[in-house]
Design a protein around this ligand. Structure first.
Ligand code: SAH
Length: 258
């Protein structure tokens, strides 16, 4: 099994379990909300991005045409302004400060494909980080609500997403363990940090017919990427393979021992 680095790693074997035939629906509705990234882009960045996308397709980590188009379109380098252009387009995670990383492109592809987006969904992301995954989701869905526990990362991502014109992406600084009750329920939920078990609050904020993708387990070892589907009150789960994300932390102090 070949391992990929996510926020640390994902096993590429899991991509076989991802939906290879996700519908290539039109993204026109969502696309109209997004400004042309032309102003921050350059021919060299576009070449590097195309090369990266081709490599992800060749590796079998990127199969859905709409996800590939979104990854061609979103200027990843704008989300990691402090690293050289070549590093922004390497297939590995890059530090974004506060001991956090922007996820490896292969992992972004795998997580995004796991959500089976059609362009009409309200999506909750836990773990905004740089805002890159949120931007990809913004291109592929109707509206994105993303929560980041590190206030500085949340404010940087807010500014960056606004500057790039992702008006359908909303960032909140807070603890993702609480979800976003005012905007719930969601069609899709994606967690980009690993909780030890699936947070029940997030499951409760998932619509019937919805999908929740979450890396679960002690970090960074023995985590599995799980995809839950809620159907008529029942919840089914699929194991999409091994991953290694940074831990999902909480702002709630642990109860003191008596
Ligand atoms: N999706 C990001 C990468 C995520 S890295 C990107 O595209 O860049 C994981 C992020 O989850 C980190 O920024 C970390 O601060 C955040 N995080 C960890 N625990 C969290 C929690 N309880 N609520 C919200 N964010 C959390």
């Amino acid at each position: 099994m070949i391992e990929k680095i996510a926020c640390a790693m994902a096993a590429s074997a899991m991509s076989a379990a991802c939906n290879a035939g996700a519908p290539a629906a039109s993204s026109d509705a969502a696309a109209s909300a997004v400004a042309d990234p032309e102003s921050v882009d350059s021919p060299r960045a576009r070449v590097l991005r195309e090369r990266l996308v081709s490599m992800l397709i060749a590796d079998g980590d990127l199969k859905d045409r709409r996800v590939a188009d979104a990854m061609r379109r979103v200027p990843r380098h704008a989300f990691v302004p402090d690293v050289p252009l070549g590093e922004a387009y390497g297939n590995y995670p890059v530090p974004i400060g506060f001991d956090q990383t922007i996820s490896q492109p292969a992992v972004v592809a795998i997580m995004t494909e796991a959500l089976e987006l059609t362009g009409h969904e309200a999506v909750l992301e836990v773990g905004t980080g740089s805002g890159y995954q949120a931007a990809i989701l913004g291109v592929l869905s109707r509206e994105v609500f993303t929560i980041e526990i590190v206030p500085e990362l949340a404010s940087r991502a807010t500014r960056r997403l606004a500057d790039l014109g992702y008006t359908n992406v909303h960032v909140r600084s807070g603890d993702g363990y609480r979800g976003w009750p005012e905007r719930a329920p969601f069609d899709r939920i994606v967690v980009t940090a690993a909780p030890p078990v699936v947070p029940q609050v997030l499951m409760d904020q998932l619509k019937d017919g919805g999908v929740l993708a979450v890396p679960v387990g002690p970090s960074p070892f023995a985590q599995r990427l799980l995809r839950y589907r809620k159907r008529q009150g029942r919840v089914d789960v699929e194991d999409l393979g091994e991953v290694a994300f940074v831990p999902m932390v909480t702002s709630t102090p642990s109860p003191r021992p008596p």
